[in-house]
Design a protein around this ligand. Structure first.
Ligand SMILES: Nc1nc2c(c(=O)[nH]1)N[C@H]1C(S)=C(S)[C@@H](COP(=O)(O)OP(=O)(O)OC[C@H]3O[C@@H](n4cnc5c(=O)[nH]c(N)nc54)[C@H](O)[C@@H]3O)O[C@H]1N2
Ligand SMILES: Nc1nc2c(c(=O)[nH]1)N[C@H]1C(S)=C(S)[C@@H](COP(=O)(O)OP(=O)(O)OC[C@H]3O[C@@H](n4cnc5c(=O)[nH]c(N)nc54)[C@H](O)[C@@H]3O)O[C@H]1N2
Ligand SMILES: [Mo]
Length: 766
């Protein structure tokens, strides 16, 4: 075995402070400050002219889909602009005028770059040409596209089995790119397709599939206009899906109520000043939340059970609270659910969830009278050991109320990345789908593998154990996004080859395998030309609508390739000529890819025509109340246990959340404006009573320490911030705190890391 010189890399980057300033947390979201700050970001990164050019086409019919979150566009996008503060930041980040070119890489070694903060790394600019890092070297050097493809083909060919390859996807890729990638990986011979969804909404997919027969939500955007109640649980839309606030505003204007369930009182859920409206800017805005239930971290099941139990009492008293006709016709398991509830006392549930009884009663009285209810959720529910059950308990409530398959009601898992749902629809998954394999076989004349592949956490272990040796990523920042940063770093470094198809430099590029490649690709906002003609791609939003996206900006470099081209060329080089798929032509002509998607993917028939204009909705059985895919042809009630978090006296539950100035591992800035924290990310939010008990003062410096399976993990140097958060709970930002999350602790069934309920203690630094 050849030995390799160890590179002196900092895995976690600096843990120094940047100069904190604190203000009172905000009492409303958006308004003029949001417009001002958004434009400041854009002007600084891309200049005034390019900013207005880009923003005029973002989320417009002939333009490009925002590369930020997956919230849908209205049927008639606003002419003033259909985007939010964080969408503008996303575009500023992608279209930046700064460049990470060959001179940059000649100047800075990866050892040096690894000592930069994520913020500095991200701000260095866009990647411009393919780069390679050779074994023993600490400098990336230019490489031609052709040589890069050959290098990948060579490393893939020497693997003992296709299962030694890992093919990650992040949810920004188009349907066309993801389809081609999934096809190549299956043709190569493995289902090792971990994707960002494994760390994100996988728990939603599992829970919804098991209970309702589809892993996606059921509501459409205009359901918010008709809803009587919208419950927003475990989600912070003011920061992560700001355009959702307009939907909540409409709901309120039509007489609907909003309930928020969250350990924090997030500004975006308190009040919204809609920057698209004059009155939104000038007036005090719209109050959004009617009832805030300040649940303790991961005690949502206790709270929901308590609400359901109290509703059941009213129902028994003859108040007709549950929709018995719906329950009878469409569901299975009602009696068992009611029996199971008997096991719990109201007092015990109240103590577990930590919510005031008065608030619970208000909620019960509101819900008792309504039957058009939408439940929206995100990472606050999915990233726990019992993430799947959290969502099943939400489904229980909706089923009891008959709140499915009718206007103004249903499930709304609010997706993260702009095309994460589409990537799944077109075949990115580690599970085997017999149906998909059959259509691939029929269309392309090869047999896809029928062995389950590796998801994210198992891919990390396989690389760590030496059972996987080549890592290829279609987007994303695997090292920083995944749990257990130090363990994941070892895993990546043990690979023979790591390949990142990326738009921007990130920490994963700096923690490479023995050899590493960076393949720079076009961003969503850029013109994608072939033979002088622009191409467009398709994406699917959070509500299952497929539509086109066409870039309009000049690419940052003439040496970028589109994602489909890169994948097609890797496949073409790997198979040389001997394969039944015509990779070379397929990757040039997206119409051809879509024609094939139409043959292979359910719901994509005639996608070339149907995706034009405002696009079309994919089939959704819940909207039709068709549960024929499930046993007994019925939707399922579930009995879920209460999570067990018995903490020692010095232990806390930590949730790792996003600040207002980041998109996952991309750090836009150092402010978390709504929570009143400026110019600092190394903070931990703590209840003042806990601070007193632990003799901590504001801005004391602590280490966060987790201890799972007798292994201590440490995130150093965090400033304590007194905050309105339940006792025993802490909050801090990801990715800095990912080092604390053990790779082998994850949600049952979905394997989503437990990033929102990590047991930690605090070490006070003198
Ligand atoms: N600007 C911006 N937009 C984004 C992203 C981004 O980073 N920046 N990321 C995108 C992605 S990939 C995703 S998945 C989404 C993420 O969107 P969110 O899920 O909104 O993101 P988080 O910051 O993880 O927020 C989780 C929320 O859940 C709450 N929470 C935590 N634990 C619990 C709990 O146990 N119970 C309850 N009820 N609440 C809890 C937190 O207080 C917080 O308000 O946003 C997408 N959009
Ligand atoms: N502790 C903790 N960990 C978490 C979470 C948490 O809440 N807490 N959230 C989890 C969630 S919900 C998610 S989704 C994951 C996110 O995991 P990832 O999706 O892997 O991470 P991102 O930070 O979104 O990836 C950013 C990188 O994507 C690349 N990129 C951007 N746009 C494009 C594009 O158009 N094409 C290509 N090819 N590359 C592009 C850029 O190089 C950029 O550096 O993180 C997870 N990790
Ligand atoms: Mo996500």
């Amino acid at each position: 075995m050849s030995t390799i010189k160890k590179r002196d890399i900092s895995i976690l980057g600096p843990d120094t402070f940047t100069g904190i300033r604190l203000k009172t947390p905000a009492q409303y979201a958006a308004g003029l400050p949001a417009v001002k700050i958004a434009l400041q970001h854009a002007f600084k990164e891309i200049g005034v002219v390019k900013s207005f050019h880009a923003l005029s086409q973002m989320n417009q019919r002939e333009g490009f889909d925002c590369p930020g979150c997956a919230w849908p566009d209205p049927e008639k996008p606003s002419k003033i602009g259909e985007y939010c503060e964080n969408g503008v930041k996303a575009i500023a980040e992608e279209a930046t005028n700064k460049r990470v070119d060959r001179d940059f890489f000649a100047k800075y070694s990866i050892e040096e770059l690894s000592r930069w903060s994520d913020y500095q790394i991200g701000k260095s600019g866009r990647l411009t040409e393919p780069m390679v890092l050779r074994p023993d070297s600490i400098y990336y050097e230019p490489i031609t596209w052709e040589k890069a493809y050959q290098l990948i083909a060579k490393e893939l060919k020497v693997l003992n089995s296709p299962d030694e390859g890992v093919f990650y996807t992040s949810g920004r890729s188009s349907n066309e790119a993801a389809f081609l990638y999934g096809l190549f990986v299956r043709a190569f011979g493995t289902n090792n397709m971990p994707d960002c969804s494994n760390m994100c909404h996988e728990s939603s997919g599992v829970a919804l599939n098991e209970t309702l027969g589809i892993g996606k939500g059921s509501v459409k955007l205009d359901d918010f206009d008709k809803a009587e109640v919208v419950i927003v649980i475990g989600q912070n839309p003011g920061t992560n899906h700001p355009r959702m606030l307009s939907a909540l505003q409409k709901c309120k204007e039509n007489g609907g109520k909003v309930i928020s369930i969250n350990p924090l009182e997030e500004a975006g859920l308190i009040r919204f000043k809609n920057p698209q409206e004059v009155k939104g800017v000038l007036s005090s805005g719209t109050a959004l939340t009617d009832i805030h239930l300040q649940v303790k971290i991961n005690q949502d099941i206790a709270l929901l059970k308590l609400i359901i139990k109290k509703l059941a009492v009213l129902d028994k008293e003859g108040e007709n609270v549950f929709d018995h006709r719906f329950i009878e016709t469409y569901t299975d398991g009602y009696e068992i659910l009611m029996q199971d509830l008997e096991k719990y006392s109201e007092e015990e549930l109240l103590v577990h969830c930590g919510v005031q009884l008065e608030r619970v009663n208000e909620t019960v009285h509101l819900l008792a009278e309504k039957n058009k209810i939408i439940i929206c959720w995100a990472m606050g529910l999915t990233q726990h050991k019992n993430g799947v059950d959290n969502i099943k308990e939400c489904v229980n409530l909706l089923l009891l109320k008959g709140s499915l398959g009718k206007p103004g009601a249903g499930t709304c898992p609010v997706r993260g990345h702009s095309n994460v749902q589409g990537d799944r629809s077109v075949g990115i998954m580690h599970h085997v789908s017999k149906e998909l394999n059959e259509t691939i076989q029929k269309t392309f004349n090869f047999t896809p593998p029928d062995k389950e592949g590796l998801d994210t956490v198992h891919a990390i272990k396989a690389m760590h154990d030496g059972n996987a040796k080549v890592f290829i990523a279609l987007g994303g920042n695997f090292l920083s996004a995944a749990s257990d940063t130090l363990y994941t770093a070892e895993a990546l470094q043990r690979c023979n080859l790591t390949v990142n198809i990326s738009t921007k430099l990130n920490r994963t590029h700096l923690v490479p395998g023995k050899t590493a490649l960076i393949l720079p690709t076009l961003g969503r906002s850029e013109v994608d030309m072939v033979d002088g003609k622009p191409r467009y791609v398709t994406v699917e939003n959070s509500m299952g609508k497929v539509h086109q996206s066409k870039g309009i900006l000049k690419p940052v470099s003439g040496n970028l390739k589109s994602e489909p081209e890169i994948i097609g060329n890797i496949a073409h080089t790997y198979f040389s000529k001997g394969h039944s798929v015509d990779w070379k032509n397929l990757c040039i002509n997206y119409e051809l890819i879509r024609d094939k998607m139409a043959l292979v993917i359910k719901g994509f028939d005639n996608v070339n025509a149907k995706s034009k204009g405002t696009g079309y909705y994919l089939p959704n059985n819940v909207r039709e109340l068709d549960f024929s895919k499930l046993p007994e042809n019925k939707a399922k009630f579930s009995t879920c246990s209460l999570p067990d978090h018995s903490l020692a006296i010095d232990e806390f539950l930590l949730m790792t959340i996003r600040s207002h100035d980041q998109f996952n591992t991309t750090i836009y800035g150092l402010d978390d404006r709504y929570r009143g924290v400026y110019n600092e990310r190394r903070v931990v939010f703590m209840n003042p009573k806990d601070m007193q008990r632990h003799k901590l003062q504001k801005l004391d410096v602590v280490d966060l320490v987790s201890n799972y399976d007798a292994k201590e993990r440490r995130a150093s140097q965090f400033l304590v911030i007194p905050y309105n958060i339940p006792e025993g709970n802490l909050a801090s930002y990801f990715p800095e705190t990912n080092v604390l999350v053990p790779y082998n602790h994850y949600a049952d069934k979905s394997h989503t890391p437990i990033s929102k309920s990590i047991v930690v203690r605090l070490d006070l630094l003198q």
